[in-house]
Design a protein around this ligand. Structure first.
Ligand code: CS2
Length: 491
């Protein structure tokens, strides 16, 4: 089977409508996974198609060489499939020029980021890529990876280390800093990235830190598009239909949103051309998205997977789970002040149909990953607000209990289940310490890195989550969700 490339396009599809040879690299992206390829790269493609050829992307992987081996032999080209119901729309994306693998050649990546044409570095490095202390918000200098980068700053492996090395090179060359734009699902992601970079720089060279602080920019952004991991089945189906092998294939939904703080150090692509919203107020967008979409996603991931649902749409097809999502979103919505232009009722209605999009086959297991990094902003912050107001939080608590049950490392049938999480070893240990749900929950709640000092010690929180975990262990996820929904109906 012929592989997708400049000289071999899939049957019936057209290549990008601009001269790729004339495209320059104006942006570097760290963490060039499926999400970036189905989200930010699409916005750059619109800028290129509109004739502004400055905004090609140099992609970079910070860990595995997989994406480089997928995309480089394809001249950076890949197909983006937009799926809903029986409809699939396919387009060839050419915004990524090529992909570097940081661990193979950090110097090449630093050189790319310090090129004069590069104005923006975007990042999707996931929650754990920031290495910030959850309690203080400062960079964890003792963290193994950060300490190693501080010791050998010319061959960094972490995002803060790489960014600072490139910024130092720019300063030495008399260039201005690039804008570093976080696209991770974290509140105040721009502020967090700034903190990580400045702390790293200050430890190395205070004058460099001052320069970055003065001339750099770290805008916040809210990104939203559901991008399930591409499966071998997706690749096979694509080959059968288009007569071409595309190892860089990504699949996603029609919906896409990008809200960006309008604060840049230099030039930037006109992402508005593809619908991005530039604003001075990202926080309320981010909070609504994290608590309504991601909060519901994480709760569905643990409880749904435990109940035997492999995908989000399968869980949503059970009326009890659908109702549970509504009730959980009611709890979350009461803590939100929506930004101008966001109608929460229609946002939630749209979310429901997005979750029900069966064509995506979005795996609950995928969303369950890295829960220790996701829980605070998705579920726990909402609970804190409700506790302060004396409101109940039964659905959020069941979601948290679902995460706790997940730490056992087996499913409800006793089959082993791999917990992919940087804190997996700790959480497993804490889970095992307790004899029953209440004890297990109390044991896990002591983990301040996840729960923070106040929830950790809040007896209402610990006992409510404990009771939910107890119920989960006794009757399973499906019955627990049903019971909760029935109780709410009877109120
Ligand atoms: C999901 C997100 O995997 C997860 O944790 O909740 O990736 C979600 O699909 C995106 O944030 C949607 O924009």
């Amino acid at each position: 089977m012929m592989r997708l490339s400049e000289t071999h396009l899939p049957r019936g599809l057209e290549g990008p409508a601009y001269d790729r040879r004339a495209v320059r690299v104006g942006q570097v992206h760290l963490g060039v996974g499926a999400f970036h390829r189905a989200h930010q790269a699409i916005y750059n493609q619109a800028c290129l198609a509109a004739g502004d050829l400055r905004w090609g992307i140099m992609g970079a992987s910070l860990r595995s060489p997989d994406v480089a081996t997928q995309l480089n032999p394809q001249d950076g080209l890949y197909t983006c499939l937009v799926r809903e119901g029986a409809e699939t729309r396919a387009s060839i994306i050419g915004a990524i020029k090529s992909v570097l693998v940081a661990p193979q050649d950090p110097a090449a990546l630093i050189a790319a980021m310090s090129a004069p044409d590069v104005q923006v570095v975007t990042l999707t490095i996931t929650e754990k890529g920031y290495h910030l202390d959850p309690a203080t918000g400062a960079l964890m200098m003792q963290d193994k990876a950060i300490a190693a980068d501080l010791a050998e700053p010319d061959t960094p492996a972490t995002a803060p280390g790489l960014l600072v090395a490139a910024l130092a090179a720019r300063k030495a060359r008399g260039l201005s800093p690039f804008t570093a734009l976080s696209c991770d699902n974290l509140p105040d992601n721009g502020g967090r990235l700034k903190q990580a970079v400045l702390d790293f720089a200050r430890a190395q060279d205070p004058a460099l830190a001052d320069w970055i602080e003065r001339f750099g920019a770290f805008p916040a952004s809210m990104v939203d598009r559901i991008v399930p991991a591409t499966t071998p089945d997706d690749l096979d189906q694509f080959e059968a239909r288009f007569g071409t092998q595309d190892l860089g294939l990504v699949k996603t939904e029609p919906f896409s949103q990008w809200v960006i703080e309008d604060y840049f150090a230099g030039e930037r692509p006109q992402w508005e051309l593809a619908g991005a919203q530039l604003t001075n107020e990202v926080a309320p967008w981010e909070m609504a998205k994290l608590r309504l979409l991601n909060g519901a996603h994480s709760a569905l991931a643990y409880l749904g997977n435990l109940a035997g649902y492999q995908t989000v749409d399968q869980a949503m097809a059970n009326p009890a789970f659908e109702r549970f999502v509504e009730l959980l979103q009611d709890e979350a919505q009461s803590t939100l002040t929506p930004p101008l232009g966001l109608d929460l009722a229609s946002y939630r209605a749209e979310l429901k149909s997005r979750f029900k999009n069966a064509a995506l086959m979005h795996k609950t297991y995928q969303i369950a990953m890295d829960g220790s990094q996701k829980l605070p902003q998705r579920l726990l912050a909402t609970i804190e607000t409700r506790l302060v107001r004396g409101q109940d939080f039964a659905c959020l608590a069941l979601g948290v209990a679902g995460w706790m049950r997940w730490q056992a490392g087996d499913d409800e049938q006793g089959q082993p289940l791999e917990v992919q999480d940087p804190l997996a070893a700790e959480t497993r240990e804490l889970y095992r310490k307790g004899q029953n749900g209440l004890e297990k929950a109390a044991s896990l709640c002591s983990l301040e890195a996840v729960f923070g000092p106040s929830l950790s010690r809040d007896p209402r929180f610990v006992s409510t989550v404990g009771a939910a975990l107890d119920a989960l262990l006794k009757q399973g996820a499906c019955a627990s969700v049903e019971e909760l929904v029935q109780k709410e109906a009877a109120r």
